[in-house]
Design a protein around this ligand. Sequence first.
Ligand SMILES: Nc1ncnc2c1ncn2[C@@H]1O[C@H](COP(=O)(O)OP(=O)(O)OP(=O)(O)O)[C@@H](O)[C@H]1O
Ligand code: SF4
Ligand SMILES: [Mg+2]
Length: 354
Amino acid sequence: MSPPPLLDVKDLTIALRTSRGIRRAVDGISFTIGQGAILGLAGESGSGKTLTALSILGLLPMGARTSGSIRFDGRELLGLKRGELREVRGKQVALVSQDPATALHPLLRIDVQMTEHVRAHLGFTKEQAQQRAIEMLNAVRIPDPETALYAYPHQFSGGMRQRIAIAMALACEPRLLIADEPTTALDVTVQAGILQLLDRLRRERGVSVLIITHDLGVLSSVSDRICVLYGGRVAEYGVTPVVLGSPRHPYTQGLMRSLPGASETGVAMMPIQGAPPSLDAMPSGCAFHPRCEWAQESCRTIVPTLRNLPDGRQLACDVDPLKEGASAPEVLGTASAGPALPAHAGDPSPVGQT
Ligand SMILES: Nc1ncnc2c1ncn2[C@@H]1O[C@H](COP(=O)(O)OP(=O)(O)OP(=O)(O)O)[C@@H](O)[C@H]1O
Ligand code: SF4
Ligand SMILES: [Mg+2]
């Protein structure tokens, strides 16, 4: 029997108040992360990635309403009191935030930022905390960590600052690291270094990682499994080689076709037409239908159910244009032959109490 997952998110729903009322930004998503595993949460802007991460740490915006379950090491996190959550946050689960500006205080030296964090969570002495900080800077390959510790954030490059933010998050030896777009602002070489670092942390320290990105290329090299979100719902979820090797959801196919290297694999690079929906104008039925070249009339009204497929993945597309078992490149190359509906934004659909 396989051990229970470290993180088990079930049917998570997050509703927020917008100027037009209460809207579901995350709508019934489920995924798990095992010990030492890396899960990639993918999707375009506004798909609910960051809110999902913040809900695990109890850091959602004021007034957000949640339902479902987030179990960490068997303990339910949804509904925990602030004090109880503080024990989990930083020490058990650490976040490298999407906004690098919030990760490091520009006016404080690195030693102050790192040691305060460690002392607050682990009760270390100043000397022990400094030792731990040096160890972590070394782990993320910051050159000359003893000197780097006494520098200010502006004295480092963007890539080094990102690695220092990861070192800070790791200093309390969390069991789960949540990295929200950790490589987005970085050049390709630095990006590769960060991804190698995450992989090393999982192998050497058994850290589990939730990595959030809109870039499937990043996930192909580092994640064990991928959960693709669209409009706050799971579109496709499964092990990385299965999902990226033969994407079954038209949205995942579109993301693959949008990758800069797509043309090298014999598939014309083609961004998904249209823009992701806003919370106040979420299309009815399958939220992807205004942009989907395979959409049928029923897609406008019926929300697709997430089905388990024999290859182990989960798919939320009732049309399933790949069901004949064609390989991804063949289908991607001919997808434009699929039937198309004129694009339109559906009616906003308010939700009830959560
Ligand atoms: N405090 C808030 N109040 C109202 N709506 C919000 C709030 N925070 C997020 N949203 C909305 O919830 C949806 C999901 O937001 P989220 O930040 O999780 O997206 P994301 O997938 O992380 O996007 P990005 O790739 O741009 O970071 C978006 O439509 C966003 O506008
Ligand atoms: S075919 Fe229909 S259900 Fe499938 S992704 Fe397209 S719009 Fe959604
Ligand atoms: Mg985000």
